[in-house]
Design a protein around this ligand. Structure first.
Ligand code: NIG
Ligand code: FE
Length: 390
């Protein structure tokens, strides 16, 4: 049995109202005891005989971030596309094809190194769980190898073969939907199935057929919905019991009300809003309707090339209208809900000891000091980690 005590914690965020004040379950000056990779106790003093003591005076202890939406298996660079947007060009789904070509041409080891590099970056900023999507392969072979690479890093893998229609099927889009349903889905071992349901990507009818086939094969649905244009994707997500509908930038008030009345989490992506088409206080509309809200990085080379959950918290506050507390909750407990997990995203007794220790005395600094490297130490299952491992 291995045990760790985090002592004198200036501010502890547990996300467990039983363990502290408010929805963040806050306390000051306490000691958090970890045993065998789990949270064992919250105490006023350091227990005898623990294997390791970490003094957290002046520091903040929070649950590790749960990044529930990433596209980390890819090769290539689209900085020129970002620069063009800075000159006024609009983001469109078309850019995905550039990354598909680079990804198909890359070796497994190069794709693995690329993902590892991004995950190490995420870890150093406090992320302890990631979901990883495929979606830059778009052939049976390239989607399956993308999934294999993702599976080496996380159990939260998502098949996104329905990202865009690949070049070789532009004149036969339903042929590609058939390939997904008849060949890619049956061979997939992903936990989740996702579809980019939008202008320039897949129609609601195609999305429904793909998600139903995925569900039939044992995968659980989630949807890229209303990113570029409003479709019926939110209604579809709710009807199919999707764990999460993501992006949601073009959502109507009716979509938001429907999400709030459902068990589907609304996942907002502040990095994508920052880098593409932000239109102001998007988050407030969901929060005021009492929808369950997550924030995630959407890390990908086109619309949101960041691995930083602290950056997303800062952007959620300054661009999307979140309070700091709402943003911290959405980046931890919200992300866990979007993955239908209750063992992560909180530091309740018995939860996984996935933890970020911040150099600052309060979690507020995550938004107040944007761009600063605030994460001092990241623990996964109670162990300090410096490089990403599953
Ligand atoms: O979530 N919307 C679809 N997929 C990504 C963007 C992918 C890309 O531009 O390469 C997203 O924003
Ligand atoms: Fe995405």
């Amino acid at each position: 049995m291995s045990s760790v005590a985090l002592t004198n914690i200036a501010t502890l965020v547990t996300n467990s109202p039983e363990l502290g004040e408010g929805p963040l379950g806050l306390s000051q000056g306490k000691t958090l005891v970890l045993e065998d990779g789990k949270v064992a106790a919250l105490s006023d003093r350091t227990p005898e005989g623990v294997d390791e003591v970490i003094d957290c005076a002046g520091k903040t202890v929070i649950p590790g971030f749960v990044d529930s939406h990433t596209h980390l298996v890819f090769a290539g660079d689209r900085s020129a596309e970002f620069a063009a947007r800075s000159r006024g060009e609009k983001y469109s789904a078309g850019g995905i094809k550039t990354t598909v070509a680079a990804t198909r041409a890359a070796s497994n080891s190069q794709l693995t190194i690329n993902a590892q590099t991004l995950l190490d970056e995420a870890l150093s900023q406090g992320t302890t769980t990631v979901e990883i999507k495929t979606g830059y392969g778009l052939t049976l072979h390239d989607e399956l190898r993308s999934l294999d690479i993702a599976s080496a890093f996380t159990d939260e893998t998502t098949l996104l073969a329905a990202h865009v229609i690949p070049e070789e099927y532009v004149n036969n889009p339903d042929g590609y939907v058939d390939l997904i349903i008849k060949e890619i889905i049956p061979a997939s071992s992903a936990k989740w199935i996702d579809v980019f349901c939008d202008a320039g990507a897949f129609s609601p009818e195609q999305t429904r057929a793909i998600l139903l086939a995925g569900k039939g094969a044992g995968m659980l649905p989630r949807i890229h919905a209303n990113q570029l244009s409003r479709t019926t994707a939110v209604a579809l997500a709710i009807e199919l019991g999707a764990a999460s509908a993501d992006h949601l930038s073009a959502s109507s008030d009716a979509d938001i009300e429907a999400l709030a009345a459902s068990t589907t989490v609304a996942t907002l992506l502040p990095g994508a809003e920052f880098s593409t088409q932000h239109e102001g206080k998007l988050g407030r509309r969901f929060l005021d309707a009492h929808a369950q809200v997550a924030i995630a990085t959407d890390c990908n080379p086109g619309s949101s090339f960041t691995t930083s959950m602290p950056f997303c918290i800062a952007a959620a506050v300054s661009l999307l209208g979140f309070t700091v507390e709402e943003a911290v909750h959405a980046a931890t407990s919200g992300g866990a809900a979007a993955l239908r997990r209750s063992d992560i995203g909180n530091l309740a007794i018995g939860s996984r000891a996935d933890i970020a220790i911040l150099k600052s005395p309060s979690y507020i600094h995550l938004a107040y000091r944007p761009g600063a490297a605030l994460v001092e130490t990241t623990l996964k299952a109670g162990r300090k980690v410096k490089t990403w491992q599953k």
